[in-house]
Write a protein that binds this ligand. Structure first.
Ligand SMILES: Nc1ncnc2c1ncn2[C@@H]1O[C@H](COP(=O)(O)OP(=O)(O)OP(=O)(O)O)[C@@H](O)[C@H]1O
Length: 297
């Protein structure tokens, strides 16, 4: 549905995206993860054509690109971006904002009350935005995106400043929107939250995608154990060569390639060595994040 082809962006001589290619499909939620200042927002700005890349192109539905104004208009009818809290108008109500977004993209406002009910905004949606707390503004920004009902949604830091119950509410709505075949990109620092709804998470480093984590289909399972660095030093020569020791605290042994008796042997040995909790399963977004960004600290 949306293809990024060999995208490069540089600010002066600082390369932010370097020949990045990626294809995303309808009905997917794609998490975009990286430390501050890596290029997540830049990537979204390229997808929305707010920044023209130095090289490469964005292709919507296999043939529409940002090369002509007509094509840009067509893509923009189908793509919306998460509003910044600073874009909100203090003297308008939440309902005014939602109606504005609904009429601009969907050409209708009939669907808006359902969104207000779902996001539990009835108490304040008719008040002026200047009276809203940060969390209320953030919920409104999400509600405005839902009101657009576009087939592609770019959500930069959608969960910022929200409490646990609102994160849960919005996560549930994201899953519902994915079932409606929308393609949603979510850049987030709430890593565990992404594991709840993302189909894939991409990790950006040095201008490109350093890793893509998939949550469906075949996942690789690991024996995972918290272990101190000095314990690891004692053990490491006995461990299989393909083990990982992530960010100086998690030891991961891939189960792939081990038969049941080898798996049992490793589980027993590691439990003998360290009685802290041992788990078996795929690596989560937090573990990959630590592997790629905290390993050398
Ligand atoms: N207009 C600009 N001019 C110069 N440098 C810029 C500009 N916009 C972004 N940058 C730089 O590009 C890099 C990537 O910025 P970007 O905002 O895309 O990162 P990010 O991953 O979204 O960060 P955050 O998590 O803090 O939002 C940063 O080093 C930033 O300073």
């Amino acid at each position: 549905m949306l293809e990024l082809k060999k995208i490069s962006v540089a600010y002066k001589d600082k390369k932010v995206l370097d020949n990045l290619s990626f294809t995303a499909h309808e009905g997917e939620i794609i998490g975009v993860v990286a430390p501050n200042g890596t290029g997540k927002t830049t990537l979204f700005n390229v997808m929305a054509n707010f920044i023209k890349p130095k090289t490469g192109e964005v292709i919507y539905k296999e043939r529409h690109t940002y090369k002509s104004e007509r094509a840009e208009l067509f893509i923009h009818k189908n793509l919306s971006t998460f509003p910044d809290q600073s874009d909100l108008f203090d003297e308008l109500t939440g309902m005014d904002h939602m109606k504005l977004y609904g009429s601009m993209w969907k050409k209708s406002t009939k669907h808006i009350q359902e969104i207000v009910d779902y996001l539990q905004m009835n108490d304040y949606v008719k008040r002026k935005v200047r009276t809203y707390s940060l969390g209320m503004r953030q919920r409104l920004c999400f509600a405005m995106m839902v009101a657009t009902d576009t087939s592609i949604m770019l959500m930069d830091e959608v969960m910022n400043g929200l409490d646990v119950s609102n994160v849960a509410l919005i996560s549930k709505r994201l899953i519902q929107m994915k079932e409606e075949k929308k393609l949603i990109f979510v850049a987030s620092h709430l890593l565990e939250n992404l594991d709840l709804y993302a189909d894939r998470v991409i990790f950006l480093k040095d201008g490109n995608i350093i890793h893509e984590q998939r949550f469906h289909g075949e996942t690789e399972d690991y024996i995972k154990l918290e272990i101190e660095h000095d314990q690891y030093e004692k053990l490491k020569n006995m461990l299989p060569a393909n083990h990982m020791y992530i960010a100086n605290h998690i030891l991961c042994l891939p189960l792939k390639g081990m038969n049941i008796s080898e798996q049992t042997k490793w589980i027993e040995n590691l439990l003998d060595f360290n009685e802290k909790e041992l788990t078996i399963g795929p690596l989560g977004t937090v573990e990959y994040y630590e592997k790629y960004y905290l390993e050398n600290e």
